[in-house]
Design a binder for this molecule. Sequence first.
Ligand SMILES: NC(=O)c1ccc[n+]([C@@H]2O[C@H](COP(=O)([O-])OP(=O)(O)OC[C@H]3O[C@@H](n4cnc5c(N)ncnc54)[C@H](O)[C@@H]3O)[C@@H](O)[C@H]2O)c1
Length: 267
Amino acid sequence: MKKIGIIGCGAIGSQLARVIQQEFKGKAQLFALCDLDKEKAKRLSDKLSPPVSVCSIPELIQKSDLIIEAASAQIAAEVTESCLEEEKDVMIMSSGGLIGREEILELAEQRKSHLYIPSGALAGLDAAKAAGLGKIFSAVLITRKPPQGLQGAPYILKNRIDLSNIKEETIIFEGDVEKAKDAFPRNINVAASFKLALNCQKISVKIITSPQFKTNSHQIILKGEFGELTARSENIPSPDNPKTSYLAILSAAATLKNILGYVRVGT
Ligand SMILES: NC(=O)c1ccc[n+]([C@@H]2O[C@H](COP(=O)([O-])OP(=O)(O)OC[C@H]3O[C@@H](n4cnc5c(N)ncnc54)[C@H](O)[C@@H]3O)[C@@H](O)[C@H]2O)c1
């Protein structure tokens, strides 16, 4: 029985807690919860059956066999490092936090512990992963979001872009993943996961907005030795956090199913 600990009790963490208790009975036990807001973790624990202990990050890592980070890009690298150093498996949702810290992927090999990065809100990572084993000629990620989804981003503030003035489809940003990380830190997970799946090859990121957009959409366009691939998801926001796509939660649950099950379909 795998003991699981969850760091971050927001939209993703709280849904996963329920999934673990309801769908993976007998295979996994939700053992510990942690959140910067301790009361939030306690409230989640009270809603679970049985309730789960609330503790600090180091304690949670000690107690668990598999740690799920669903908190913030700011702690993703540090949590990954601590888990792998302790030879614990870790699933990272805030994959943007691993950009610039790619050496951590080698630590997983050294410690013979698993680092899982779910596809999240992105479609086509299965084929991209396979294609990345061959030569890639070009890789493009196009994110389309309604203007309110980009509000407050450092790039928007720095360039004094008035999002309320945008009336038609407009390209807001073009650059590589590293530039996108600084410009749109809250929108970077998808680009980061794409880059990590492609063995860190160069990726062009384009962010487009329009008041006509009703969903958060991510499209990848890949050209390489394998041929060409285009995949696009049109994501409905999760009810608990409009910035998080519901597909990201389902993707984390599907990754857990892969980890805990004996049959794995897809790359
Ligand atoms: N990979 C993807 O495609 C994808 C998709 C959506 C969200 N995400 C990322 O997953 C993470 C969780 O998303 P969410 O929608 O559940 O967010 P959320 O805001 O609903 O919940 C995050 C929770 O983590 C807690 N938290 C923040 N910093 C913390 C810290 N240092 N230590 C402990 N707890 C902390 C917050 O208090 C909050 O309760 C975010 O970083 C988000 O960017 C990734």
